[in-house]
Design a binder for this molecule. Structure first.
Ligand SMILES: Cc1cc2nc3c(=O)[nH]c(=O)nc-3n(C[C@H](O)[C@H](O)[C@H](O)COP(=O)(O)OP(=O)(O)OC[C@H]3O[C@@H](n4cnc5c(N)ncnc54)[C@H](O)[C@@H]3O)c2cc1C
Ligand code: FES
Length: 274
């Protein structure tokens, strides 16, 4: 059996600036077998280690052709060090951990994706999955917001996604920097109030800053989407990533093992819904 604490080696191939605070990083697996054994479900996480600095959890954005990518917001010790690393730097990686989004269970449903800021990272892997299994899902609606237009991640995808069949993209920012900004201004929750949603056949997937979540849930409640069909990706401080150390507890759950994706029904009591 594999030792879950032993990192697999990866090397930094390239990085791309998404916003002034967020970069996407692509790594190669040193050992091809590690790549072959790395089976991930959109929404799962890895523990990335920078030797001599420590480990931190990040959502997997993609994994293909011996490469794995993540998107990272500069926050503290590890993320700042990651931003400084040069091509070919050697890092460690453990995982994948967590449950991921219920990609099979939500087939034949309209999919409503709701993201804020860097929260689009795990959702992007699900969007990519849906687009490559398009016949299995009904309409795809993406609502995404950030503080300003400069803070929107994956600008290339945001430009290309609306060209896909049965895909509606709604963008919003709190405060546009670009004077020619033509999309919405305001919160992601406000976007939801304008949508027509069939609650019987819609599954909603949420990831974003904690402040966004209660407002989004309030709007989804108005649309009468069942709590079993609302999936929220949660963040907690993590260490082991594998349900052993207890760092990430949220009520009766370990976020790293039972989550990070929970239904609203599971965690309603633990959230402060206004
Ligand atoms: C399941 C999961 C998925 C994640 N996915 C991503 C991702 O795709 N991209 C990304 O940029 N970040 C993601 N994060 C958050 C990321 O793990 C933290 O930003 C990172 O651990 C910060 O490490 P650091 O050493 O740079 O910061 P530190 O020096 O450890 O901390 C800097 C500050 O950030 C706070 N902080 C650190 N981690 C967290 C956390 N998990 N929740 C709330 N506050 C925190 C600390 O309290 C401190 O105030 C995810 C977290 C989880 C739990
Ligand atoms: S991080 Fe150790 S139990 Fe979740």
């Amino acid at each position: 059996m594999d030792n879950i604490y032993l990192p697999k080696l990866i090397t930094l191939d390239n990085s791309k600036e998404e916003t002034p605070e967020i970069k996407s990083f692509e790594f190669s697996f040193e050992n091809e077998n590690d790549y072959k054994n790395f089976k991930f479900i959109p929404g799962q996480l890895i523990e990335l280690s920078i030797f001599g600095y420590g480990e931190a959890p990040f959502s997997v954005v993609s994994c293909r052709n011996n490469k794995i990518s993540i998107s990272v917001k500069k926050t503290g010790t590890i993320t700042c060090r990651l931003f400084e690393l040069k091509k070919d730097a050697l890092l460690g990686m453990r995982g994948p951990f967590g449950n991921g989004f219920p990609v099979k269970k939500s087939q034949k449903n309209n999919i409503l994706i709701i993201g804020g800021g860097i929260g689009l990272a795990p959702l992007k892997s699900f969007i990519t999955y849906i687009l490559s299994h398009r016949g299995n899902y009904e309409k795809l609606t993406i609502c995404y917001g950030a503080r300003t237009d400069i803070d929107l991640v994956y600008k290339e995808d945001l430009a290309n996604w609306p060209k896909e069949k049965d895909l509606d993209l709604h963008l919003t920012v709190d405060c546009p920097k670009d004077k020619s900004w033509q999309c919405n201004i305001g919160s992601v929750a406000a976007l939801l109030s304008k949508l027509k949603i069939n609650p019987d056949n819609t599954s909603a997937f949420i990831c974003g800053p904690p402040v966004m979540i209660p407002y989004v849930l309030e709007e989804l409640k108005k649309h009468k989407i069942d709590g079993q069909k609302i999936f929220i990706s949660m963040e907690r401080m993590m260490k082991c990533g594998a349900g052993k150390c207890g760092h990430c507890t949220m009520g009766e759950y370990y976020v790293c093992k039972d989550g990070p994706v929970f239904t609203l029904e599971q965690i309603q009591k633990l959230l402060t819904i206004r």
